[in-house]
Design a binder for this molecule. Structure first.
Ligand SMILES: [Zn+2]
Length: 437
């Protein structure tokens, strides 16, 4: 791990920060290691809890060797104790120390909620989402989506008396499925294009790299396992046929300017430049998840503004995939209209997880209000079974990040250069959702 002169400056500044009189808490670097040890110990109980870790290996080894016998109640007590110790530190506002204390306490607050869940407490969907991710999702009355459905009905080819809307929509969208023997080439081209559109705006370390593979039988659509040293291992799930627009979506989301860029900037600017070891661990359930997923989703619009995603697919990816894209404008009109249904996702997740609807009722409502095929609705439930209220991080995150990046004076949208600068600012600092709202 590379340390720069910033680390010495940060340590010096810490010794001058105020604390509660008479009590001298340990230095923040020590507390940051305690924090990592606790998060790793929770990860031993909750597979998938640690999304990425590339910090001191001895902490992970100790967690694996020793923490198997630790109880969830003991872990809860350790979280509470560390949070109380951090509460004794009163750094000057606006300093790096203040930022670190705030970040660590926000992470611990989510850890407490996750531990309550692991101990069997049933927490209602909205409270769970707010407790883990720092944002309370609004639930909607599904009938408010009827006008959106009527608009989509006008755009989907076929006779309404022949088949339900979701079936006609999916049959139409399936014309854009990438044949299996072209899939790898199309995804590689899309990721390379996402990278080429990102690097001029976000210079990255020379050594940044990723490995990408296509996998099956996963509850998610794509996953970035960040390894440290500016390297990502990206997996894309191909359980369901992949439509043309997904190549760019997934390339931007998992890689450039999404998760790979996010983790690379944090490692460079926080871990290596400032020695803030706490950032070597990315907990899956934390307010940073909504920033991470939201920026990854918004990254598509940033790298492909206006109609450029559609044009790139029409001119480059469709020929590569052997797809006739002569009516891709209609496909994109539908894609835009379908975004109007996004509120149904959290609402149905809430109904499913709070058990106010049965599994079958949620599948049927997903077919009606999210216009999914039965198999895509089932795949979506598989994600909810595993990750529960994590579902809010995508749409809601994109909304929060997008609004913060695009806001201009007098209600006008900011120019593209400003958007990229703000996006970098959000990615490379310990931004919490409350900072953007
Ligand atoms: Zn993601």
């Amino acid at each position: 791990m590379i340390r720069s002169a910033f680390l010495a400056a940060a340590t010096l500044a810490l010794t001058s920060c105020a604390t509660v009189p008479g009590i001298q808490p340990p230095a923040l670097d020590v507390l940051a290691r305690d924090y990592l040890a606790i998060q790793l110990a929770i990860g031993e109980k909750d597979p998938g809890y640690v999304d990425a870790y590339y910090g001191p290996p001895e902490l992970a080894e100790r967690a694996a060797a020793r923490d198997a016998e630790t109880t969830l109640a003991e872990l809860q007590a350790r979280v509470v104790a560390l949070d109380a110790t951090l509460g004794l530190i009163r750094p000057d506002p606006g300093t790096l120390e203040a930022e670190r204390v705030r970040y660590l306490r926000a992470m611990l607050s989510s850890a407490r909620v996750r531990l309550r869940m692991l101990r069997g407490e049933e927490i209602p969907f909205q409270d769970e989402a707010e407790g883990l991710f720092g944002v309370r999702p609004e639930l909607i009355d599904l009938s408010t989506l009827d006008p959106v459905l009527a608009r989509i009905e006008e755009l989907v080819p076929g006779d309404p008396s022949d088949a339900p809307l979701n079936e006609r929509l999916n049959a139409y969208q399936d014309r854009f499925i990438i044949p299996n023997n072209r899939l790898r080439a199309v995804i590689d081209a899309a990721v390379a294009e996402c990278r080429a559109r990102t690097l001029p705006h976000i210079p990255l370390p020379e050594s940044e790299s990723f490995d990408l593979s296509l996998v099956t039988d996963k509850p998610w659509g794509g996953f970035n396992y960040y390894q440290g040293d500016y390297h990502s291992v990206i997996e894309i799930n191909t359980d369901l046929p992949t439509r043309l627009d997904r190549a760019v979506d997934v390339g931007c989301h998992e890689a450039y300017p999404g998760h790979h860029v996010y983790s690379t900037l944090i490692e460079r600017d926080r871990v290596n430049a400032l020695g803030q070891v706490e950032f070597t661990l990315l907990p899956l359930y934390s307010p940073r998840a909504i920033i991470s997923e939201g920026s990854a989703e918004y990254g598509v619009k940033l790298a492909f503004p206006g109609d450029s995603q559609m044009e790139y697919e029409r001119d480059v990816l469709a020929p590569l995939a052997g797809i006739d894209a002569s009516d891709i404008e209609q496909y994109y009109e539908l894609r835009e209209a379908l975004k109007g249904l996004s509120g149904a996702y959290y609402t149905l997740a809430a109904a499913y997880l709070d058990e106010t609807m049965t599994r079958e009722e949620v599948i049927e409502a997903s077919m009606r209000y999210r216009l999914m095929s039965r198999e895509r609705a089932e795949q979506s439930l598989r994600f909810m079974d595993t990750y529960r209220s994590y579902v809010i991080n995508y749409g809601l995150g994109e909304q929060i990040v997008g609004a913060a990046v695009e806001a201009g004076p007098n209600g006008e949208a900011a120019d593209m250069a400003t958007r990229w600068q703000r996006f970098i600012g959000i990615l490379s600092t310990p931004t919490l959702p409350e900072d953007l709202m």
